[in-house]
Design a protein around this ligand. Structure first.
Ligand code: SF4
Length: 292
């Protein structure tokens, strides 16, 4: 793993994500190295290829100082604005233990008295280390990405990320501390998503952890992601490959959506985005060509 320090020009970046005004990414790169990660394109900012994703982290060391200055431009202490940590990196990956950039940025928001909404999205129990800081920020919600309830499944495409069980536990501990939480169920991993028992165990474990708000997302298989996934899948049973073709199919996604909506209702959860999030759909006949 290569770790470097860099300086950047801004901390708050305008977002194109629904209902998010700004994103703060204190790192370029992510040591969790998930093979489906859509953020792997970010390497081009630092001269790295998509294939190198997971092998480098650039710490944007001046982010907290920049954030402090940039917050001054907000009227009414940022009321009505929403900031997300983070959209293209994990804010509590291992590098955070060394640089504490996310932690420092959260302190800046707390000191400023930010009155907008703050959302944190991570796979890491590292967020538990800053619970008292989280409590000092108004309107904050912590999201944990949950792709499976079974550690063996989560190890498949997320070899270096915290285990599925530790993420569910993190949700539970945050809830016990009175932190407002959500679960990000995504991407729906094609090799297990249509097995109802697997999906059911995900939603059941979220419910048991005490979290009620969820986002659900279909997998994004844009060309650059597809290439990395093919590498990952090349030694696996062909039946997995078929699931990947299907994952981009409109009818199949609708079929999965029905299962998800039933489970959301069964476990009394709130789907925060009005539907399961989808990135791109292609027609049936093009599926194999699309994937290869
Ligand atoms: S944790 Fe998130 S940002 Fe990091 S590699 Fe995995 S999907 Fe990408």
């Amino acid at each position: 793993m290569t770790i470097k320090e860099i300086k950047v020009k801004s901390a708050l970046v305008k977002s194109r994500l629904p209902s998010v005004d700004y994103v703060v990414n204190c790192y370029v790169g992510c040591g969790f190295a998930c093979s489906y990660c859509y953020a792997s394109f970010m390497g081009r900012m630092v001269g790295r290829s998509v294939d190198e994703w997971g092998s480098y982290v650039y710490a944007k060391v001046n982010t907290p100082d920049l954030l402090k200055k940039e917050l001054e431009k907000f009227k009414n202490k940022g009321k009505g604005k929403k900031i997300l940590f983070s959209s293209v990196t994990d804010p509590f990956q291992a590098a955070e233990s060394r640089y504490r950039l996310t932690q420092k940025c959260l302190s800046v928001l707390a000191d400023f008295g930010f009155e907008g909404n703050v959302s944190i999205l991570t796979k890491s129990p590292g967020v538990l280390k800053v619970v008292s800081l989280l409590k000092s920020i108004r309107n904050l919600q912590v999201g944990i990405t949950v792709t499976a309830a079974d550690d063996k499944i989560s190890r498949y495409f997320e070899k270096f990320a915290p285990s599925a069980s530790s993420r569910i536990k993190t949700l539970e501990l945050l809830n016990r501390q009175g932190i407002n939480t959500y679960a990000f169920v995504g991407p729906l991993l094609p090799h297990y998503a249509d097995e109802v028992g697997n999906l059911e165990s995900v939603f059941k474990s979220i419910y048991k952890a005490g979290t009620r708000d969820v986002y659900v997302e279909h997998i994004n298989l844009s060309l650059y992601i597809k290439k990395r996934m093919i590498n990952e899948l090349k030694d696996t049973d062909k039946k997995f490959w078929d699931k990947f073709y299907l994952s981009q199919n409109n009818d199949y996604q609708k079929y999965l959506n029905k299962i998800i909506l039933r489970l959301v209702k069964k476990y009394n959860l709130n789907l925060l985005y009005p539907d399961v999030i989808v990135h791109n759909r292609i027609k049936n006949k093009n599926i194999k060509r699309y994937f290869f």
